[in-house]
Design a protein around this ligand. Sequence first.
Ligand code: KDG
Ligand code: MG
Length: 403
Amino acid sequence: MLKIVSARVIVTCPGRNFVTLKIETSDGLTGVGDATLNGRELSVASYLTDHVIPCLIGRDAHAIEETWQYLYRGAYWRRGPVTMSAIAAVDMALWDIKAKAAGLPLYQLLGGRCRDGAMVYAHANGATIEETIEQAQSYLALGYKAIRLQSGVPGLKSTYGVSKTRLFYEPADAVLPTENVWSSEKYLRSVPDLFKAARNALGWDIHLLHDIHHRLTPIEAGRLGKDLEPYRPFWLEDAVPAENQANFRLIRQHTTTPLAVGEIFNSIWDCKQLIEEQLIDYIRATVVHAGGITHLRRIAALADLYNVRTGCHGATDLSPVCMSAALHFDVSIPNFGIQEYMHHTKETDAVFPHAYTYRGGALHPGEAPGLGVEIDEKLAAQYPYKRAFLPVNRLEDGSMFNW
Ligand code: KDG
Ligand code: MG
C-alpha cells in the first residue's frame, strides 16, 4: 500500500497569501494541493492542521474517492468554503501523487485529452472606457480570444474589478476591509456604453465577458442582459447573489445573454437547480473551493446533461497549484467552456514553478507527471503571511450591500 506518512500546511505571501498542503507517501512521492480561501486563509490552514491531517496519516494514498467520502461525510457538518477548500487540497494532492506514481500528466488519468489547451479569458480594466479598451487591445495583440471588460462607473469613486494602481487587479488590498460605495442605477447606465465602444474598437472576432459581482436584482439583471444583447457578450457573470437559485428564472425570462455563476459555490448542491432547470450556461465552480477534482468532475458531469459548460474561476487568489489542477480538468472534460486567467506576480510564479504555459489564447497543462506544479519551500519561507481582506460595499445611503 502507498501510505500517507506525513502532511503539512505551508502558508506564504509572495505578493498575496496562499495556503498549500503537501502530502508525502511511504515511497517518497509528494503531492501538493491548493487550500487558499481569500481573506480567510488561516481558517483553512487550521482546519487542515487540527482536523484533517491527523486523519490522513497511515491512509492509502491511492484511495482518493474513499478519502473524499471520509472527509466529507466524516465531518458530519458538510459543505462550507473552509471544509470544502481543505478537502479540495487533500484531493488535489492525492491526484498529484497518483499521476506521479503512474508517470503521467494528470489529464491522462482523467480520461485523456478532449482538446489541446483551455481557451482562457484575460482581464481588461480601466478607470474609463478608453483605458479599458486600450488594455483589451494589448490582450488582442497577445492572441487572446476572450477578454473580460470592467470599467470605472461615472459618479462612483471605485468599484469591483478596476485596479487603482496595478495592472493586475488584486481585491484583497488592506488589513481591514476597504469601504466602497455602490449605485446600481449609475452602474446600469454605464455598461452598455462600455460594450458598444468595445465592439466598435475591437470588432466581433473576440469573446467579451463581464462580471456583475452579485450586485443586481433579477429584474435589473434581466434589463442589463437585454441591453447588452446587440453586443453579443460571451457571458454575464454573477448577475445576482445565488443563494436563491430560483432568482435566475426571472433573468432567463427577459434575456438571451448567456449567464455564468458559481465562483463562490462549494458543492453540487449549490448549483443543482440552476443546472437542472437550465437557468445558467456556464458553471464557474473551481477545484479549490468546490471540493477538489473529484467533486468538480461530478458537477461537470451533471452540467453536461443540461448543456451547461464550465468556466472555472481563476483569479489571482487561486494559486498556481489550483490553476494546474483546473487545466488538467479543463482539457479532459467534454463540456469545457472557458477558463479565467489572471497572471500571478513574478514572485508567486517563482514560489510555485509550474509546467503550464500560455499559447495562442489558451493555457496548456504541460506533460510533467502529476499536476505539473511544485512549491519551493525555501523561497516560500521568505514571504510570511500578511493579513489582507476583501473590501466591503455600501449603498449611497450607507447601508451594507454585496461586495
Ligand atoms: O476572492 C475573490 C475574488 O476571487 C473574486 O472577487 C474575483 O470575481 C472574481 C473573478 O471573477 O475573478
Ligand atoms: Mg467573478
